[in-house]
Design a protein around this ligand. Structure first.
Ligand code: FMN
Length: 170
């Protein structure tokens, strides 16, 4: 499958089968995250791969993850991330989001459903997983076998803005 076909096939899944994701697949998703680029190659990332009942209970306190059997909490470490000298911008959110996107698309390639989640309580997550002070949860990626309706890969024709609305050619 080419990249555009893969990207068009992916859609947010908010209903999952009660089926565990195989360890080999989890490894491949984590490998996709591991090889993602980060600013200055600082790799200021920590990923919590959550499958246990206790772990999922912690995440449930912070977010709705739609009953997925597997949840990744992708975090950025402010202390080790690259910082832009001009304005002090710290690249944790960008780095963590590229890692998340790599993982999400690998999940799609493996035939799994996923949904990216930012609506969560970071204080609950930090407390529940006893994260170090400098670590910020940036994204949750819920993954599993989809029990949701399959969306058409052509839906972007209407569900996304046209290129001319996004781009300024100069
Ligand atoms: C940064 C980001 C945050 C998101 N947060 C949530 C969320 O908290 N809950 C949710 O149900 N979906 C969330 N989504 C999924 C988007 O709503 C979804 O990707 C968008 O509507 C496009 O639909 P599609 O993924 O099916 O193409 C998030 C997506 C992104 C990229």
């Amino acid at each position: 499958m080419g990249f555009i076909e893969l990207a068009k096939r992916r859609h947010s899944v908010r209903k999952y089968k009660d089926m565990a994701v195989e360890p080999e697949m989890i490894d491949m998703i984590l490998e996709a995250g591991r090889i993602a680029p980060t600013a200055a190659n600082r790799q200021p990332i920590r990923i919590y791969a959550v499958q246990s009942r206790e772990g999922l209970d912690v995440v449930r306190e912070a977010a709705n993850f739609f009953g997925a059997p597997l949840v990744f909490v992708i975090c950025g470490d402010k202390n080790s991330a690259w910082k832009r000298s001009y304005d002090g911008m710290i690249a944790t959110d960008i780095d963590a989001s590229i890692v998340t996107d790599h993982m999400m698309l690998e999940a799609t390639e493996l035939g799994l459903g996923s949904v990216w989640i930012c609506k969560f309580d970071p204080v609950e997550l930090k407390k529940g997983f006893e994260m170090p002070e400098a670590l910020e949860p940036v994204n949750i990626l819920a993954v599993g076998y989809s029990a949701d309706v399959v969306k058409s890969p052509n839906r972007h024709d209407t569900e996304r803005k046209a290129t001319c609305e996004l781009v300024t050619f100069i």
